[in-house]
Design a protein around this ligand. Sequence first.
Ligand code: UDX
Length: 449
Amino acid sequence: MKIAVIGTGYVGLVTGVCLAEVGHHVTCIDINEEKVEKLRKGIPPIYEKGLDVLMIDNIDRNRLKFTTVHKEGLSDAEVVYIAVGTPQSADGSADLTYIYQAAKDIGEHVNRDVLVVTKSTVPLGTNFQVKEIVEDHVKGPFKVEVASNPEFLREGSAVYDTFNGDRIVIGTETEEAAAILEKINEPFDIPVLKTSITSAEMIKYASNAFLATKISFINEIASLSEKVGADISDVAKGVGQDHRIGSQFLNAGIGYGGSCFPKDTQALVRISEEVEHDFKLLKSVIDVNARQKTTLFEKAKKRFGTLKGMRVALLGLAFKPETDDMREAASIEMANALTAEGAEVIAYDPIAMENAKKVLPESVQYAENIENAIKDATVVFILTDWKEIKEKALLFSSLFMKKPIIFDGRNCYSQEETEKVQVEYYSVGRSAVNERAIHDSNKQLAASF
Ligand code: UDX
């Protein structure tokens, strides 16, 4: 099939490349000249496992093209995917400017009947608006159909997820439109769920809101576990063994970040308000997440009294491992709090440091490797559970720090292993290990009386 994809962000690029990989002829359209120039050479602007190889293969086979000219991609297209950004507006709702612009462009340039498929996460009802805009701009007696086909890709495993997803959701007004999308997706061999457009739009929000709820729930249980002396690792394991609950997304930590959960939960609260529904549960999920982001900082304050003048190593800056994405990463909140406190921050991430420099406070220094970050630090914070960080942070802290102290926001180590190497260790939802009964600054304070 001849397919156009508007927007080469995360979703658009992965969608376009994977559709080409299964044999479709895909043209990806983006207004950013510089980006398109790189894409033509097979250089992805994001870090995503396996994406570059698929890009180069399909460019070579002439199945994948990139252009800044809408007409070039749209005039011949049978199906057009909209995958532009829907950033968060100041009031928490989704900003649909790019969606509307894409709809207008489609209307102006298509030359045949067209199926417009929305991949971007959009408020309920947006697809009907898209249809109206396209219809208002078409220059012939062309039939316009719309479909909602939300994506459930995780950053870092987006290519894998495209070929191994749990389901493909297709929301359409007609059977014919659903049949086209089913055919396009046939090679992926993934179960298809056909619904109305509004249900498909809701499935996307509900899925992300539910996963975010799972995380905030386990983080609440973690806070409680700490207070009553339970161990969240055991608790999550025992809870997750119930198949009705499932073991995934029960890792307690410093809260969820990234481009989807924070934005989509906020947007769903706004959508609820518009129809006069008070989504209390989701509001609490958001509140718990905000609190969770500073939990390690609060613990450190309690331990040291103040972090002023201390050299603090921040390990792992991206919002999760295997990505260089800094959007809504807990490291931003942490670096801001530490800097405001007067600490000297030295940061390390395997691949996100270039992006981190754009969003962390200017005073933050960057280390070339974990060893350099830890060497002169008084305290180490682990914020992202990269494999490399898990393998090295505990060992290097015990080797290179005078009095090794780790605050671990991702529960990378067992209590036993930290006890063995005599590292003072604080994690989430578990009791501290090798904790000083009265910490040094308190001792000094006590001695002064
Ligand atoms: C998510 C959804 O998983 C995906 O289906 C949707 O399409 C886009 O949003 P992504 O944002 O890439 O994907 O990351 P994900 O792996 O889901 O993690 C999101 C955040 O939750 C990360 O900050 C992660 O560290 C955190 N998380 C995840 C936890 O704190 N605990 C967990 O158990 C799981």
